[in-house]
Design a protein around this ligand. Structure first.
Ligand code: DGL
Length: 251
């Protein structure tokens, strides 16, 4: 049995990880991807670490039944909560993600770096360790409720939320904004319009896709023959699948 042809399992609490999936498809067009949005249990970012671990366990078991050759946690919150444990427990590679603070810290001059993420991501030890290394000038900006607006595709609500948020930080004192939740990557164009051009916006999606490729190469698991494909699954409803499809096609 050729393991190279097995699919890659990707998951998030909802539609956010679709933004990561897009980068992975660009980087690895010959791979088969199964994407799972755990919408019935969303949001993860306002739950406790233990609650998120329990949700993740269910998703991972489901994906393992489909003989995935690698697992991508396309969610900053779930990575912080569960990646270390999953790496110990699973025999397949586990790729996680973290807020792209490192690239933002390199761009920073004397201003601040706003790290937009879920409350749980910003409370985790993993993020504290990242702050110790790259956190000079970084400001934690928890965004409870923002992923729900993305999930309901409420463009006017998203705009109001972001305007109110950026009003709290004078733009002349900001050098970079980190999109530390995969849901927020869909808001990049709107945020770009709201902020002066010189403020950099970073996210971890391209880095995660490159890391996946490196790991597959290293493990001899890269499928370079295709055909590539994407399957969308959810613990939610048909409406959630429709939104995932729309987000995947639109960008
Ligand atoms: N998309 C997830 C992340 O990257 C979190 C959204 C949520 O469930 O709160 O952190």
């Amino acid at each position: 049995m050729n393991q190279k042809r097995d699919p890659i399992g990707v998951f998030d609490s909802g539609v956010g990880g679709i933004s990561t999936l897009q980068e992975m498809i660009r980087e690895l067009p010959e791979e088969r991807f199964i994407y799972f949005g755990d919408t019935a249990n969303a949001p993860y970012g306002t739950k406790s670490t233990e609650e998120v671990i329990a949700c993740v366990r269910g998703v991972v078991d489901h994906l393992l039944h489909q003989h995935i050759k690698a697992l991508v946690i396309a969610c900053n919150t779930a990575t912080g909560a569960a990646a270390a444990t999953l790496r110990q427990q699973l025999s397949i590679p586990v790729i996680g993600m973290e807020p792209a603070l490192k690239p933002a810290s390199k761009i920073r001059k004397n201003g601040s770096v706003l790290v937009l993420a879920t409350p749980l991501t910003l409370h985790q030890e993993k993020f504290e360790n990242l702050m110790k290394q790259y956190g000079q000038g970084a400001v934690k900006v928890p965004c409870p409720g923002l992923m729900e607006l993305v999930e309901s595709d409420d463009q006017a609500g998203i705009r109001r939320y972001l305007e109110e948020l950026f009003n709290r930080y004078p733009p002349e004192k900001v050098d970079a904004v980190v999109l530390g939740c995969t849901h927020y990557v869909f808001l990049k164009d709107m945020i770009r319009e709201m902020l002066p051009e010189r403020i950099a916006i970073t996210d971890g999606n391209a880095g995660t896709a490159r890391q996946l490729k490196r790991v597959l190469e290293r493990e001899g698991l890269l499928n370079d023959e295709g055909p590539g494909s994407v399957e969308l699954e959810t613990s939610g409803t048909e409406r959630d699948i429709a939104l995932m499809r729309k987000m995947l096609i639109n960008s």
